[in-house]
Design a protein around this ligand. Structure first.
Ligand code: SF4
Ligand code: SF4
Length: 167
C-alpha cells in the first residue's frame, strides 16, 4: 500500500520536460508536438499522485543542471548579452505588449525623439525571453542572437498571451 502524505507535508517533487524557449538551445519544431503530448501525460499521472496524496519517489537532485545553470548564467550575461535586449526601431510599433508580459517589470515605454513610444529595458532582466517570444513584430533581439534566426518565437499553444500579462 502507498504511503500517504498529509496536507502541508511535502510528499514529492515533480519534473515535466517541455520545449525549451531559450533561443540558443531551442527545441526543434518537429519535436514540439510529441514533447507537449508526453508532458500532458506526465502531468496527469502526477496530478493523480497528488490527488491520492501518494508519497512519490523524490526526484534526484541534478547536480549537472545546477552546474550548467551556474556556468551558463555568467556566460549568458557577459558573453551572449542576454541582459542587453535590443529593439529594432524599424519593426517596433510601440504596442507595449513587451512591457505587459515581462514578469520582472523590467520594461517601460518612453517617448523617443520622434514622439513614438519605445520600450526601455532596466537592469532586472531574468532572461525569461517572454518579451522576445511575444512581440507581435519580432522586434526584440539580444546581441548574441543570430541575425539569421527566423521563426524562433514560441509560446505553449494552450497559454494565451493574456495569461502572461502582469497588468
Ligand atoms: S511588443 Fe514589440 S512591437 Fe510592441 S512595444 Fe514591445 S518591442 Fe515594440
Ligand atoms: S527577457 Fe524576460 S525578464 Fe528580461 S526583459 Fe524580457 S520579459 Fe523581462
Amino acid at each position: 500500500m502507498n504511503q500517504l502524505f498529509e496536507p502541508g507535508q511535502v510528499g514529492g517533487n515533480y519534473e515535466v520536460a517541455l520545449p525549451d524557449n531559450s533561443i540558443i538551445f531551442e527545441t526543434k519544431k518537429e519535436k514540439i508536438p510529441g514533447m507537449l503530448e508526453a508532458g500532458e501525460a506526465t502531468i496527469q499521472a502526477q496530478a493523480i499522485d497528488i490527488y491520492h496524496r501518494t508519497i512519490t519517489q523524490q526526484s534526484h537532485y541534478h547536480l549537472g543542471y545546477h552546474l550548467v545553470s551556474n556556468v551558463m548564467k555568467p556566460v549568458a550575461k557577459h558573453g551572449l548579452g542576454f541582459y542587453k535586449m535590443k529593439v529594432n526601431p524599424k519593426s517596433c510599433n510601440g504596442c507595449g505588449l513587451c512591457e505587459k508580459v515581462c514578469p520582472m517589470k523590467n520594461i517601460h515605454l518612453e517617448e523617443n525623439q520622434n514622439l513614438l513610444k519605445t520600450p526601455v529595458f532596466d537592469k532586472n532582466c531574468e532572461s525569461c525571453f517572454s518579451c522576445l517570444h511575444n512581440c507581435p513584430k519580432e522586434a526584440i533581439t539580444y546581441p548574441g542572437m543570430s541575425k539569421k534566426k527566423r521563426d524562433y518565437q514560441y509560446r505553449h499553444p494552450k497559454v494565451h498571451v493574456k495569461e502572461l500579462m502582469n497588468n
